[in-house]
Design a protein around this ligand. Structure first.
Ligand SMILES: Nc1nc2c(c(=O)[nH]1)N[C@H]1C(S)=C(S)[C@@H](COP(=O)(O)OP(=O)(O)OC[C@H]3O[C@@H](n4cnc5c(=O)[nH]c(N)nc54)[C@H](O)[C@@H]3O)O[C@H]1N2
Ligand SMILES: Nc1nc2c(c(=O)[nH]1)N[C@H]1C(S)=C(S)[C@@H](COP(=O)(O)OP(=O)(O)OC[C@H]3O[C@@H](n4cnc5c(=O)[nH]c(N)nc54)[C@H](O)[C@@H]3O)O[C@H]1N2
Ligand SMILES: [Mo]
Length: 780
């Protein structure tokens, strides 16, 4: 097979341009931008088959974010970034057999994520033998044989870890966790460990379920939506339509963010004439420009004001009936907040008291309130406690379990929530393991497995020897890049089941395998005919997804087929599971899901209904809270915020408008005014002045962590930007070199990617670092 298009050159960071940030999102440029790359790479027919079938009834689910589909879909139910995701996957550009001889691993190590991803789709399994610098094509059977021999040669199944990224379908995820547990370990780290784990922890403990308590229609019914730590204009663009619906129905929106993100200011909806030709819809009625990590203090201060308002006008502010019937802990919370010190709150938040008064007044005036959040909240040291404060605030006025109100963590990957529902978690509860045992007749391991950070630790110590990844790019996605890379290279075998090349294919163990897979856009033919898969969105709606275009190469296997063959090679007939039957007909997997996963009874029928079905949700449906007391828990959390010694800044790592996690589509961050480059650090102009620095100077960013290690991001261009005072921002994944591996959220152990204390120093060389990563000699 040969390449259809030549490989693109890497970006040249020296051409980086900076313009003023934009004050609005989407509109005509959004639509045009979304069509451009597709038509260029795929031609009109493949473009039509993919983009017009995106999120349609019989089409496939968008492989980008987890935002839900509305009941009434327009013909263009996709956004600019969904289109980029589809184009990136459905591109006919492929990596041919000649590629591997031309590009040894030492060459791949020196390439940027952008270059790697742009080489095209992976088309055949390849293997790197111990001591070799090259991958070589290998047959599928030989690849599974290598893997089976290494796994079965381990002293214990716990010497292996099986990672999952959130694009994997419910069918593949269910089968994968079944295989891993039948093999004998719960070592199932996933991308969620680095993402919404804090939400799962906090919500599980307080309301008994780690998922949103709202349905799609609730956004339009809300009187107030508070959007915290989230940039929907870039990361969940279709959410702007839901926010717009809320505003058009008379609701209001508050954005809590250190950055004035364009999508939260004004939205020009490309699906309405008024959006295309007019001014668009003004979004946030109040912008609360919070200091990084200050949300916990803000939420406590708002709760305190709610109690004070109730004290002034007893019986009018708190929802007494609700609190009495459904919650526990009201008095303790009230007493705790009496001691909250306003000065501490103002330091922690960087806000004025009046701004907090305004937010509290808005909250009290609204009957139905939704609070949504994403990574600005979860990837904080106090992320779990902060989300518990969100729950406190909602509970005080009965904002859980009624229309137009609720807690709404907005998930990242398109099926990250479904993967968890299907059992991808290192700590699945005993009831799930019991159900597996009953259904399949083997004894699943009960000891908890490792999460993503623990996996890295155990690779470093040599306790984990084989690493298998069903999608994703762990080495780039996890914190402390250099440590993570050393860990990955300390393993015996790394295996990546992927659609495209990324850094995790270059930073490998002694031996390595790449197993290419089909993507969600592609037609999946098996022995019983064309298959569909299913996914769950951020509001617990499950639906089918059917690929529409021919697979990009004949030798690709679906994820289900790969896991099925892997299981057969490793386990033989030691467990009574019909892996071949799974591969031949995905209905067989869904029948098992029906028996094992709560809420999925009769899965094959329900998932075939138009629009699928919504999973049961106690808090949302009936104010049922499955906590040990059977009540929603108001909790008392000791306030903490990020300390910032003089001369330092709190740096957060964010996504540009041209990336999906570690996948870099391009080098423009349109809304923030950055063009042709990514090596920038955004700093408030007053902080720049205070630090004696100027816009466009080139600096080295040094992490300031208690372990004293000098973690550095070299030669980044300063961009004077209206972020909150004392805060800075740089793009993920590059900035992961600065996040220490043990800098984790309490409880959830999510890396604290949004608050790293840093010091800026002028670089010796006043030139932006090249796009290719810095390669430490140890890696070669
Ligand atoms: N196009 C596109 N879509 C995506 C993704 C992508 O990379 N590209 N990734 C997907 C994934 S996996 C996820 S998890 C989501 C991520 O979606 P987001 O969470 O929106 O992604 P981030 O870019 O990390 O943005 C974090 C936001 O939190 C703000 N923030 C940072 N620190 C704080 C703080 O202390 N307090 C408050 N209140 N705000 C803060 C930042 O300024 C920023 O606006 O998007 C998903 N969708
Ligand atoms: N500093 C910092 N670090 C972060 C974050 C942050 O905000 N800041 N965010 C964290 C978050 S929220 C997340 S979710 C993680 C993301 O971590 P991951 O999910 O591990 O990373 P992705 O970049 O989404 O993975 C992209 C790769 O998945 C593969 N892929 C794409 N589609 C498919 C498919 O259909 N099947 C298979 N098998 N493979 C496929 C491709 O090879 C692609 O290169 O990163 C985390 N890391
Ligand atoms: Mo995520």
């Amino acid at each position: 097979m040969t390449r259809e298009n030549p490989p693109v050159q890497d970006a040249d960071e020296t051409e980086l341009e900076v313009e003023s940030p934009r004050g609005w999102a989407a509109g005509i440029p959004g639509v045009l931008h979304s069509m451009q790359p597709a038509v260029k790479h795929m031609g009109a027919v493949r473009t039509g088959k993919t983009l017009l079938n995106l999120n349609q009834k019989d089409g496939f689910d968008c492989p980008s974010c987890a935002w839900p589909d509305p009941g009434h879909r327009s013909n263009f139910e996709f956004c600019e970034n969904g289109a980029k995701a589809v184009t990136w996957e459905a591109t006919p550009v492929v990596i041919g057999s000649d590629f591997w001889a031309e590009h040894p691993i030492s060459d791949l190590l020196a390439r940027s994520e952008y270059w790697l991803g742009m080489q095209g789709r992976l088309t055949e399994p390849v293997y790197k033998a111990a001591g070799e610098d090259h991958y070589q094509p290998i047959s599928w059977d030989a690849a599974f044989a290598v893997l089976a021999e290494r796994l079965n040669g381990l002293d214990s199944p716990d010497e292996s870890a099986f990672y999952t990224s959130g694009r994997t379908s419910n069918e593949a995820a269910f089968e994968y966790q079944l295989f891993v547990r039948a093999f004998g370990t719960n070592n199932l780290p996933d991308c969620s460990n680095m993402c919404h784990e804090s939400s799962g922890w906090a919500m599980g403990q307080t309301i008994g379920i780690g998922k949103a308590t709202v349905a799609y229609d609730d956004y339009a019914k809300a009187d107030l939506i508070i959007v915290m730590g989230q940039n929907p204009g870039t990361n969940h663009p279709r959410m702007l339509t839901a926010l717009e619906n809320c505003k058009r129905n008379g609701g209001s929106i508050v954005a809590v963010n250190p950055l004035p993100e364009a999508g939260l200011k004004r939205y020009k909806n490309p699906q309405h004439t008024r959006g295309i030709v007019g001014h668009g819809t003004d979004m946030a009625d109040q912008f609360v420009q919070i200091r990084s990590g200050g949300d916990m203090a803000l939420l406590q201060a708002v709760c305190k004001r709610v109690f004070e308002a109730e004290a002034k006008n007893p019986g009018t502010v708190l929802d007494h009936d609700f609190l009495q019937t459904y919650t526990h802990g009201l008095d303790e919370l009230r007493t705790h907040l009496e001691f909250l010190d306003e000065e501490t709150v103002l330091t922690a938040t960087g806000l004025r008291s009046e701004e907090i008064d305004e937010l509290a007044a808005r909250y009290i005036a609204a009957d139905k309130v939704i609070i949504t959040w994403a990574m600005g909240i979860t990837q904080q040291k106090k992320g779990v406690a902060t989300i518990k404060e969100i729950i406190n605030l909602l509970l005080l006025r009965g904002n859980i379990g009624k229309p137009g109100a609720g807690a709404s963590p907005i998930r990242g990957h398109s099926n990250v929530q479904g993967d968890r529902t299907m059992g991808i978690w290192e700590q699945m509860p005993p009831a799930f393991l019991d159900a597996l045992e009953e259904e399949f007749g083997f004894d699943p391991p009960r000891k908890h497995g490792v999460d993503a950070v623990e996996t890295i630790h155990k690779m470093l110590t040599g306790e984990i020897k084989v690493f298998v990844a069903l999608g994703g790019n762990l080495v780039a996605a996890i914190s402390d890049t250099h440590t993570a890379e050393a860990a990955m290279q300390n393993t015996q075998l790394t295996v990546q089941i992927s659609t495209k090349l990324n850094r995790s294919h270059a930073v490998v163990g002694r031996e390595a395998l790449i197993l290419p897979t089909m993507g969600r856009t592609e037609i999946d033919r098996q022995a019983s005919g064309v298959q569909f898969v299913s996914v769950e969105d951020t509001v617990c709606a499950v639906h089918a997804s059917t690929g529409q275009v021919e697979p990009v190469a004949p030798n690709l296997l679906s994820e289900v087929a790969i896991v099925s063959r892997l299981a057969r090679a490793v386990l033989g007939t030691t467990v009574p599971v019909d892996w071949k039957g799974f591969e031949d007909n995905y209905d067989v997997i869904r029948d098992h899901i029906s028996h094992v996963v709560d809420g999925c009874e009769d899965y094959n029928t329900k998932v075939r209904r138009e629009g699928g079905f919504v999973l049961p949700n106690g808090p949302r449906d009936s104010r049922t809270f499955s906590t040990p007391l059977g009540k929603a828990m108001l909790t008392v959390n000791d306030l903490e915020y990020v300390e910032r010694p003089a001369g330092t800044l709190i740096l957060q790592t964010i996504r540009s408008h041209d990336q999906f996690n570690t996948t870099i589509y391009g080098h423009n961050d349109r809304y923030r005014g950055i063009k042709k480059g990514r090596h920038v650090v955004f700093v408030n102009p007053d902080d720049l002045a205070e630090l004696g620095l100027e816009d466009s100077q080139i600096v080295d960013v040094h992490g300031q962590y208690k372990d004293g290690r000098d973690r550095v991001l070299r030669q980044y261009r300063l961009v004077s930007y209206p972020t909150a005072r004392g805060c800075a921002a740089a793009y993920y994944p590059e900035a992961n070199v600065l996040v220490p591996l043990d800098h984790m959220a309490e409880g959830s152990k999510t890396p604290v990617s949004k608050a790293v204390v840093v010091r800026l120093e002028l670089s010796a060389v006043q030139q932006v670092a090249p796009a290719s990563p810095e390669v430490t000699p140890a890696l070669l």
